[in-house]
Ligand binder design. Structure first.
Ligand SMILES: [Fe+2]
Length: 410
């Protein structure tokens, strides 16, 4: 943990130094005006403004500033939509007058239009600020970290009647990528109801709510009694399903525990150990594929994308695709990167397979689990006897929207 804190501190320092270096390149300013107001100063540059506010230097392009004007004619604050036609902005636009007053940057443009931006809004929406903040705060975990956190499960009764319980549940889900609801009646209908407290169900080729046993009714190993190695689902979609919901309605037999592994914890370890391997996995597009041909089901789906996906402005991970069953032919990376890619894939696999990173859970009737399918891998051990599972997928956008509407950082 200490190593991680140090790493984060170092990363912050590197980001700050990166910002400083970038700013030093902006010394080709054509005119310099400085104005102090509430600890804010600005300098007019050739194509924008450098604003120092609260000790943090930020840069704003003039076209960007005109485009982000929040005046009534430029922006509809009732619908939170832009009125201004961006294509109508002169790409060489510069303000005639620039001032900082009462916590606001005020620009008067040629023609007389006035734009006013609060300094706090600018700080919050600057590239420099975004670069140093995370889109979704998370706690990466191995088995010990998760168990020691003692995250309580939500309870069916309160979950179905109290919004605060859903909010707490979502907060845990956002941080850890898994969350549980207990005491749910062991039926498909109750599972659907508990799911809909969170968000919209995503219908796929498997249906809206699916219910399966080991009857091999579909052309997928999931419909057998075999063990399944850790993987993410629907990696063959260009947008893999956001959340997986599982509820074990019945099991008369042995085995069948579920395995959970935090893919981001393993990938972050790779990033710290071998940044070049992490980078390769993050920029090499790989194809996943699902082909099913039976009397009742004809499907052929493919999806392209790197194993690890990061936001380019801050390198924060947001999606991992890892499914060795469904990974298709590799023919989307140049020959000289094929061997290095396998080396990187091996390192990630090694981390994912460390026993200390595995969280084993016995799903019993009544316990519903929500899994972030963009982050946490699932698998299972082989089993005997009749095991009946139901569940569904949720759309990620809608779950995150629910979380934001509760005021959560997502
Ligand atoms: Fe799966």
């Amino acid at each position: 943990m200490l190593t991680k804190l140090l790493h984060n501190a170092l990363k912050q320092a590197q980001l700050l130094s990166g910002v400083r270096n970038t700013l030093s390149l902006w010394s080709h300013k054509t005119s310099v005006r400085a104005c102090a107001a509430r600890s804010a100063t600005f300098q007019s540059l050739e194509d924008g403004l450098e604003l120092n506010y609260g000790g943090a230097p930020m840069r704003f392009n003039y076209v960007w500033l005109r485009d982000h004007c929040r005046s009534a004619s430029s922006y509809n604050s009732s619908t939170n939509q832009r009125n201004l036609d961006t294509a109508s902005i002169d790409l060489t636009i510069r303000p005639d007058i620039t001032t900082v007053e009462d916590g606001h940057l005020i620009l008067t443009w040629p023609g007389g239009h006035v734009s006013k931006y609060s300094l706090s809004w600018l700080a919050e929406n600057s590239y420099e600020g975004k670069k140093q903040s995370t889109i979704q705060p998370r706690i990466f975990w191995n088995s010990d970290i998760y168990k020691n956190a003692n995250i309580p499960s939500a309870k069916w009764d309160t979950f179905m009647s109290c919004d605060d319980e859903v909010k707490k549940f979502l907060q845990n889900y956002l941080l850890y990528g898994i969350a549980f609801v207990d005491d749910v009646p062991a039926t498909v209908e109750a599972t659907e109801a508990v799911t809909q407290r969170v968000s919209l169900i995503r219908e796929t080729t498997y249906g809206r709510m699916w219910c399966f046993t080991s009857d091999l009714s579909r052309g997928d190993t999931a419909y057998s009694q075999l063990g399944l190695d850790r993987h993410t689902d629907t990696s063959y979609f260009h947008e893999p399903c956001g959340i997986q919901v599982f509820h074990c309605l019945k099991h008369e037999g042995t085995g069948g525990r579920n395995l959970l592994v935090d893919g981001f914890y393993a990938a972050e370890t790779v990033r710290q150990q071998s940044p070049e391997n992490f980078e390769l996995l993050a920029r090499s597009p790989i194809r996943h594929e699902y082909i099913e041909s039976s009397d009742n089901h004809q499907n052929h789906m493919t999806g392209f994308g790197p194993l690890i996906n990061v936001y380019p402005w801050n390198n924060e991970m947001y999606l991992i695709r890892y499914n060795n069953y469904d990974r298709s032919v590799i023919n989307t990376i140049p020959h000289d990167l094929v061997q290095p890619w396998y080396v990187a894939h091996r390192e990630l696999t090694k981390e994912l397979r460390r026993p200390e990173n595995e969280l084993w859970v016995k799903l019993t009737p009544g316990k519903v689990i929500f899994i972030d399918n963009w982050r946490v891998m699932h698998g299972r051990e082989s089993f005997t006897g009749l095991r009946q599972l139901c569940g569904c997928y949720l759309t990620r956008d809608d779950v995150l929207s629910s979380a934001r509407c509760f005021g959560l950082h997502a």
